[in-house]
Design a protein around this ligand. Structure first.
Ligand code: C2G
Length: 132
């Protein structure tokens, strides 16, 4: 069984998230998603609208996702890859090159981001609509 892993906040789920999850799953048979904890989000300078538990439940409902684990630290990826016997690490190409050190442990794939959508854009558009 070919195992794939990807990491992210996945807040206010949108088509860009679905596109990367679908393409990540196409690279193997089993997809693990490591979702940033609320505390790790604070470290990333992000405040998610949905809590970790809500984001976990939403991701677990997606047909491409087989398992959701928490992301607590930048440094946990090697341990995750080894412990879960991961074959492929996938991220959007906004992260291109940032995780190449994982090539010692698994295949590293950066996939093109979906243009024109982001959680930040959703929040901005909604704020502008409400203030119009
Ligand atoms: N993504 C995408 N297209 C978009 C928006 C996001 O392909 N329009 C991808 C990102 O490239 C990432 C994944 O969706 O691979 C999740 O994005 P975020 O929730 O923004 O995650 P991020 O804050 O980039 O966290 O340790 C890695 C970090 O946890 C990544």
């Amino acid at each position: 069984m070919k195992k794939v892993i990807t990491y992210g906040t996945f807040d206010l789920l949108h088509i860009g998230h679905i596109n990367i999850l679908r393409r990540a799953k196409e690279l193997g048979d089993y997809l693990i998603v490591a979702i940033s904890s609320d505390e790790f989000n604070a470290l990333k300078g992000k405040e998610a609208y949905y809590t970790f538990e809500q984001r976990k439940a939403i991701l677990e409902a997606i047909r491409y996702v087989d398992e959701v684990i928490p992301e607590h630290r930048w440094e946990q990826k090697v341990e995750d890859v080894l412990m879960h016997e991961v074959d492929v690490f996938v991220m959007g190409d906004d992260w291109k090159g940032k995780f190449d050190y994982l090539k010692d442990y698994c295949e590293v794939v950066y996939l093109p981001r979906t243009v024109g959508i982001s959680t930040t854009k959703i929040k901005t558009d909604l704020n502008e609509a409400n203030n119009a």
